[in-house]
Design a protein around this ligand. Sequence first.
Ligand SMILES: *[C@@H]1O[C@H](CO)[C@@H](O)[C@H](O)[C@H]1NC(C)=O
Ligand SMILES: *[C@@H]1O[C@H](CO)[C@@H](O)[C@H](O)[C@H]1NC(C)=O
Length: 314
Amino acid sequence: MASKKSSTHQSLAILLFFLLTLSSAHAKGGIAVYWGQNNGDGTLTATCDTGNYEIVLLAFLYTFGCGRTPDWNFAGHCGPWSPCDKLEPEIKHCQQKGVKVFLSLGGAVGPYSLCSPEDARNVSDYLYNNFLSGQRGPLGSVSLDGIDFDIEGGTNLYWDNLARELDTRRQRGRYFYLSAAPQCFFTDYYLDTAIRTWLFDYIFVQFYNNPPCQYNINTGDTSQLIASWNQWTSYVKLNNTVFMGLPAAPDAAPSGGYIPPTDLCSRVLPIIKLTPNYGGVMLWDRFRDVNSGFSNQIKDCVKVNGDVDGVSQM
Ligand SMILES: *[C@@H]1O[C@H](CO)[C@@H](O)[C@H](O)[C@H]1NC(C)=O
Ligand SMILES: *[C@@H]1O[C@H](CO)[C@@H](O)[C@H](O)[C@H]1NC(C)=O
């Protein structure tokens, strides 16, 4: 029988356990990376085995909507000559390691668009059945962790409908994440209406190829970047976690925005990490990151909760 003393110890231990669980649940700051537009990405398995990423975004489902037969493009990784369902074990491997895997819709090259609220519902059904439900789809029998809206073309209509349709799905069954990747130029032409549903768990703002709101590498000026960050993070809700989207190498963004890792760690992250809905850094893309080692260089300073290993990183 437990003595009074040991049951006190027991409750202290339980309390301590909860406090530790709470504080580690509080640890935040991760890296999201786009994978799939270049063979130099390496495999998904190798990508997840780096341990550098919290989220891997499969890029892209680039044809859908308005009655189009959906089609995907993962560069040389897979396609009609080597069906993409071969990715199933790799996706599952990533998920087992705790890496969230999302399907990204859109990208710089279409054709994609939505023609009506009914069309948005159909696309939502297609996405659910093929990528989220565990039923057999183009990537095998997978239940991806989320759907990303990287809408940069077509029209700006009905993306809010698609977000609401997907939200209805996740409220009825297994929860999956929704994310959006707007341009930093405010407000985003294609995605603003959808963003104002506040349904996106993650917002990967692209602070590159957008000179008015990105880092100026010639002068080292961070003011436009930080001003834009503050505008975005105060515009969205606290539960819409914002990632600073950056190029993983200078050539990843022809119109600029690259921040050398040392500058990012010393002059940008210490400021943006103070934002309550800061989530981390998004990188375009895995291929550039393989060559530059960008994520290796920033992974420690992206984290907020320095006391995980007893050292404050602020
Ligand atoms: C939506 O899907 C239904 C059932 O497949 C189809 O009859 C209808 O034409 C589709 N609507 C649009 C707008 O594509
Ligand atoms: C965030 O909170 C708002 C209420 O402020 C809610 O409507 C929305 O669904 C929430 N979004 C997420 C991603 O949980």
